[in-house]
Design a protein around this ligand. Structure first.
Ligand SMILES: [Zn+2]
Length: 458
């Protein structure tokens, strides 16, 4: 892992984003990069304490309440303090609101973004969690929001015009989905997958009928998803898969990697994309799962092969991308699996005899993982290599694209200009310092356990 600082949305200004997509329930795109590791530790964020909390027993409670009702329900865009799961108050911005099912006029719940935390911690909260004395309705903010929504309307219109050419009938659904993307309201709060219940991080464009579900139940093998536990139990009695569809191309100890062709296993690939989007932030492009191979990493035991994470890869990439989307599922994070997946993608490139690079933009956490991987691999070589070595040679040895080799070394300030020439610094002390900072890779890919031939159109 490298270092860096994230902006308010938790993304790095230099590079961010994610991939994957779908259109009208059919996945049509790919999410960009991203090895989400863990939400940034909220402990590093300034916490506002000593906020006066009104208690229902206070004598002037009714009076205060009446005054406040004047600006209820709160508007989208309002900034206010909100009680978080740590029991403390943090500043939030209201992203969306919705009426409670049996509520009266002012009974809303609010979808809030904690302005000092990553967006993956956005959530629905009840009015009681908001400290109404702290409400700010900033006039400038409103102008901004208006400009934003106008911009979106134009964008949507253009979208609609473009789509119309293809005779797409589902314009309203598409616009709605785009609005949801824009507002970033999480639709599914948690999922059940194998033996885990997992809280989700981001919006995912499930078909409309699933959008009112708080929780979805996934079959951990075929990745079909259902609204109710009983449906899943019924499904599990019938489902005969015990591992991902496709070919097992790697097995070492309890770890296995399966290669799934998106064209041959379309439903599986689409389900995987729905699932993955819950943990990956923004994605914009439209692709078809047919064009991708999916590499599913599993931990295997006597009950079957349980998905730990995956990455996807274009079958043919003009830009020498060797990875499109990468995800380690939350219960398996911080165990070195993200690094394993990155390393695996480069082992495939080596077998293909090509250099590769992840598709851009990378997510914040994806970029950190890549920086870490590149640093470890390149500096290990520099340490062992006694003679001069060029960027090209480093690239050929590692399958890391020359641009990435250069940017990694430059980022570490290891490229120096001496006597009219660029030179790579190979001072062992300096290299060791960087290697120590970046930590060890953990799980290694045992190349002799990889049995694979590059994809060929059949
Ligand atoms: Zn199943």
């Amino acid at each position: 892992m490298g270092m860096g600082s994230a902006d308010e949305s938790g993304r790095f200004s230099t590079s961010n984003g994610q991939f994957m997509n779908m259109n009208n329930g059919v996945i049509k795109e790919e999410w960009k990069g991203g090895v989400p590791v863990v939400p940034p530790a909220p402990t590093t964020v300034p916490v506002i304490t000593n906020v006066k909390v009104e208690t229902p027993s206070s004598p002037d409670h009714d009076l205060v309440r009446k005054r406040k009702l004047g600006f209820l329900p709160l508007e989208v865009g309002t900034r206010v303090l909100c009680k978080w799961r740590d029991g403390k108050f943090h500043p939030v911005k209201i992203i969306e609101r919705r009426k409670l099912p049996n509520g009266t006029t002012n009974d809303y719940e609010y979808y809030v973004h904690y302005t000092e935390f990553n967006r993956r911690l956005d959530e629905w909260v009840k009015l009681e969690q908001l400290e109404l004395d702290s409400v700010e309705t900033d006039a400038d903010e409103k102008v901004d929001d208006k400009a934003g929504s106008l911009k979106m309307t134009r964008h949507q219109k253009r979208k609609i015009d473009e789509t119309h050419v293809e005779g797409n009938e589902e314009l309203d659904a598409a616009s709605l989905r785009e609005h949801e993307e824009f507002t970033k309201v999480k639709n599914i709060t948690k999922i059940e997958l194998g033996r885990y219940e997992i809280e989700t991080w981001y919006f995912s464009p499930f078909p409309a009928e699933y959008n009112s579900c708080e929780k979805l139940y996934f079959c951990e093998f075929c990745l079909n998803f259902m609204k109710r536990k009983e449906q899943l139990q019924r499904h599990m009695r019938k489902c005969d898969l015990k591992h991902p569809p496709g070919d097992e191309i790697y097995r070492s100890g309890t770890l296995s990697m399966f290669e799934v062709d998106g064209k041959k296993n379309k439903v599986y690939a689409q389900n995987l994309c729905y699932l993955a989007k819950l943990f990956l932030d923004h994605k914009t492009l439209y692709y078809d799962v047919d064009l991708f191979l999916f590499y599913i990493l599993c931990e295997c035991d006597d009950r079957g092969c349980h998905m730990v994470g995956y990455f996807s890869k274009e079958k043919h990439s003009e830009e020498s991308y060797n990875l499109a989307c990468i995800l380690t599922l939350p219960p398996y994070q911080r165990k070195g699996y993200g690094k394993f997946l990155i390393s695996f993608s480069y082992e495939l490139s080596k077998k293909e005899g090509k250099v590769g690079t992840p598709e851009r933009p990378l997510s914040d956490l994806g970029l950190l993982s890549y920086r870490g991987y590149w640093t470890r691999v390149l500096l290990d070589i520099l340490k062992k290599h006694k003679n001069n070595i060029s960027i090209k040679e480093l690239s050929d040895m590692t399958a890391i694209k020359a641009e990435d080799v250069l940017s990694t070394l430059q980022g570490l300030d290891l490229i120096q200009y001496r006597k009219g020439q660029h030179a790579i610094c190979a001072d062992p002390k300096v290299l060791d310092r960087h290697l120590k900072a970046v930590g060890r890779g953990g799980l290694e890919v045992d190349v002799c356990k990889l049995i694979w031939t590059p994809y060929k159109e059949q």
